[in-house]
Design a protein around this ligand. Structure first.
Ligand SMILES: Nc1ncnc2c1ncn2[C@@H]1O[C@H](COP(=O)(O)OP(=O)(O)OP(=O)(O)O)[C@@H](O)[C@H]1O
Length: 782
């Protein structure tokens, strides 16, 4: 083939190989004209690549030496004077010269000299095999490679054709392609292609590896990022709360009105809370501890009303009678006002249930403008209930004193220690000595609760204790207190308490108005005598409440209330409670007073007893019967009472040998003596029935009657001396209720009687006795 002149197009960033079909967009004028020229001839054009793609009008030196003669298959005009041509590479050709024809260029090209001889069969096979291998590797590495192309390539068994096919579609840039264009030898071509493909496969592998590495790193980073994000969210949910909780605590501690040591300790505990997990049990312990400490009224105080006269008015307003108690309470308060408060002894109100001990304490609090808080000590056995458990115990809480301070809300409340005599001690510690520390002014400025772990000042607290019975209180505790006895009420006192306080209170409590229910005095007295048997007025109040409830029902029935519970103004009914209709409200009478026997009798004597619910009369029966000199005791007598009976018998035997009350010398050997005290099932004890037992025995053995209008009380000695007894007021009240007119009382009790109200003694003759002979003189109907 000779040199030919062909219109030519310089290519930018493109190289066309023989066999390749390509679309080329051309915009340079000369290239467009060259295309037109070529289209006018046999559509043949010479394509050669620019060395520097930026050159606009390349000269021969700006072009590669080898190009490709191609056929223009299609020409499409695009907007902006762009021509899109589709070319198909046909032959390699060498550029020899360029001739500028003004509006286009002609290239003078020579045939490309190559040594592309057909390889021998074995070489061809080896080349094809090797290339196929590479193609497969490449296809594995480049997953995007078209599977059709792959199968096309794998189908070609001629090395030359295979390389031509590969080069046609193999992805490579124009400079690489230019190298292939310029290769003159088949072996060189093969090596170059194999090398290129191998490098690409390697590159793919490295790329893959890098991709995995990057992915891993990204994954790791991503993971960390996600975790961090999650932690952030969790923090917001948990720690966020924790943080805000800690901030909250911090503010509260800062604002707490307390001493520095308290705040320091709380800040320390707060730091510990910060260190432990949000919802761990340790955190909960910390949290509860701080909360408990924050609730304590460390320095919070109410202003006391020190006006004693105001206190007197309030006590009078709330309670009827109790003159002595009110006086003693006021004295104590007056002393407290002018001395250091902690030196004043603690008031302990002692008396039977329902006598107003608790309610007078509440009144004192009201009078002094103190917060009132009550601690019920009945049944407290464990020291920890007073002083708290160490916070390391599961479910540990502060003791009752600290608890009470918290509910009082001030550090100077009136704290009522109710039922102080009902505390007991067991192996878990001595409760009374724990209480002693609370009450002791030397120690209570630094009261240490095991839970709180910080000294709490109790010296501003006004303690008042109550007890039913002093015998249950230990000596040291008793020493610390000023005992004020609250006695049983007389029937008259009860009547007044009912009229002036209880009825009003219950009418109001049951939603009625004072004018709705009217009680007659007789009705109240009947409630007192026939429906209650007590030293105080608690049951009386309960019965009155019952009457009020019935009254509400009756008023409803009478139409005084409308269906919705509001008043019907047209109905003006009053419920009158009288002794006659009391049964309608309270049912059958519950108690019948044991009244004195009508006639004097042999072996029957009325004694007087003191019980937890007040006084009572005890009818002692003594009988004799033939026997062997045995003494039989029935009626649930306690040991002390049994001993009293034996003492009484010995005394009687000693005085019946001769004289006024003489009996047969062998009477006691031939008779049994049986003593019984009804009611048999009620336990009785104490020495104060001594005189009664002796009188009963003497009457029974001598056959001399005992006066029926008489009652007696007193302990006796073996030689017949009469000793003083307790609970006289209640005993006299019981005697009065039984319509007894004469009571024998030990002479040593005379001073007690002087203190009693007229009302108690009214209509009763009190005879003071020194010894048994005086008792007998006054009681036997000789
Ligand atoms: N003198 C009184 N005047 C007015 N009300 C009284 C009087 N005494 C007692 N009460 C009333 O009787 C009820 C019972 O009294 P309170 O509860 O104070 O008895 P208590 O002596 O504390 O009994 P306990 O030893 O069982 O605790 C209360 O409603 C109280 O107001």
């Amino acid at each position: 083939m000779k040199n030919v002149n062909l219109p030519f197009i310089p290519l930018r960033n493109l190289t066309v190989l023989p066999g390749m079909t390509m679309q080329i967009d051309i915009s340079r004028k000369k290239s467009i004209m060259a295309t037109n020229k070529s289209m006018g001839q046999n559509q043949t054009i010479f394509l050669v690549t620019q060395i520097d793609h930026e050159v606009v009008d390349p000269d021969i030196d700006d072009l590669y030496k080898v190009g490709c003669i191609a056929k223009i298959k299609q020409v499409v005009k695009l907007p902006n004077k762009i021509l899109r041509i589709q070319v198909e590479g046909q032959l390699k050709a060498e550029l020899c010269d360029i001739e500028d024809r003004g509006d286009y260029c002609l290239a003078n090209v020579a045939p490309f000299v190559s040594h592309f001889s057909k390889p021998d069969e074995v070489t061809n096979k080896a080349m094809v095999m090797a290339l196929h291998e590479l193609i497969k590797r490449y296809a594995i590495a480049d997953l995007k490679m078209s599977r059709d192309l792959l199968s096309d390539w794998l189908a070609i068994k001629d090395a030359n054709k295979l390389m031509e096919a590969i080069l046609k579609d193999y992805p490579m840039d124009y400079t690489q392609r230019q190298v292939f264009l310029e290769v003159t030898d088949i072996n060189e071509m093969y090596e170059l292609l194999a090398k290129t493909m191998l490098e690409d496969c390697e590159a793919f592998a490295i790329r893959e590896e890098l991709a995995i590495k990057v992915k891993n790193r990204v994954d790791k980073n991503q993971r960390e990022y996600i975790l961090r994000e999650q932690i952030g969210v969790l923090n917001e949910e948990l720690d966020g709360k924790l943080v805000s909780e800690i901030d909250d605590f911090k503010q509260k501690i800062e604002a707490l009105d307390a001493a520095d040591y308290v705040k320091e300790k709380l800040f320390k505990e707060l730091r510990r809370l910060k260190e432990v997990q949000g919802s761990s049990s340790e955190a909960n312990v910390q949290r509860t501890y701080i909360e408990n400490c924050l609730e304590l009224p460390w320095n919070v105080q109410t202003v006391d009303n020190k006006d004693i006269f105001n206190a007197r008015d309030i006590l009078d307003e709330d309670h009827y009678g109790m003159k002595e108690i009110k006086e003693r309470v006021l004295e104590s308060l007056a002393v407290r006002n002018i001395t250091t408060r902690s030196d004043a002894p603690i008031i302990c109100l002692v008396g039977p249930p329902g006598t107003g001990k608790t309610s007078i304490a509440r009144s004192v609090a009201r009078a002094l403008n103190k917060n009132y808080v009550r601690i019920c000590l009945g049944g407290v056995r464990d020291e920890a209930e007073i002083r708290g458990h160490r916070k390391t115990y599961i479910g540990a809480m502060p003791g009752r004193i600290i608890d009470a301070l918290v509910s009082a809300g001030s550090n100077n409340p009136l704290m009522l220690l109710d039922e102080i005599d009902k505390m007991s001690s067991d192996y878990k510690g001595d409760t009374q000595s724990a209480l002693l520390e609370v009450l002791d002014s030397e120690q209570n400025t630094h009261f240490l609760d095991h839970y709180i772990e910080m000294p709490v000042d109790l010296s501003n607290v006004l303690f008042i204790a109550t007890a039913n019975d002093l015998s249950g209180i230990s000596r040291p505790l008793l020493d610390r207190m000023e005992i004020i006895e609250v006695n049983s009420y007389t029937e008259n006192e009860k009547l007044h308490i009912a009229k002036e306080h209880l009825i009003k209170k219950q009418i109001k409590k049951n939603g009625l108005m004072q004018k709705d229910v009217k009680f007659t005095d007789k009705a109240i007295n009947k409630i007192i005598t026939s429906y209650t048997r007590e030293a105080g007025v608690r049951n009386l109040e309960r019965q009155i409440s019952k009457v009020c409830r019935k009254a509400v029902k009756k008023l409803y029935e009478l139409g005084a209330f409308l269906e919705d519970g509001t008043r019907n103004k047209d109905v003006k009914e009053v419920i009158r409670v009288t002794d006659k209709n009391l049964e309608e409200f309270l049912g059958k009478e519950k108690y019948r007073r044991e009244v004195k026997n009508k006639n004097s009798d042999i072996g029957i004597v009325r004694g007087l007893a003191w019980t937890a619910v007040g006084g009572d009369t005890l009818e002692i029966e003594v009988n004799t019967m033939p026997g062997k000199g045995e003494l039989k005791l029935t009626g649930s007598m306690g040991d002390v009472m049994k001993e009293s009976a034996m003492i009484a018998l010995s005394y009687v035997r000693s005085i019946t040998e001769k004289g006024k009350y003489k009996v047969d010398i062998d009477f006691f050997e031939k008779h049994n003596i049986h003593i019984h005290i009804p009611e048999g099932a009620t336990p009785k004890d104490g020495p104060s029935a001594g005189v009664t037992l002796a009188t009963g025995i003497l009457s029974a053995v001598t056959g001399i009657k005992v006066f029926a209008n008489l009652a007696m009380t007193g302990e006796i000695t073996l030689r017949g001396k009469v000793l003083a007894i307790g609970g006289l007021k209640e005993k006299l009240l019981a005697a009065k209720a039984a319509k007894i007119t004469k009571v024998l009382v030990p002479i040593d009790n005379e001073k007690d009687i002087e203190e009693f109200d007229e009302e108690i003694l009214e209509g009763m003759e009190i005879v003071y006795v020194k010894n048994m002979l005086e008792v007998l003189d006054n009681s036997l109907d000789i």
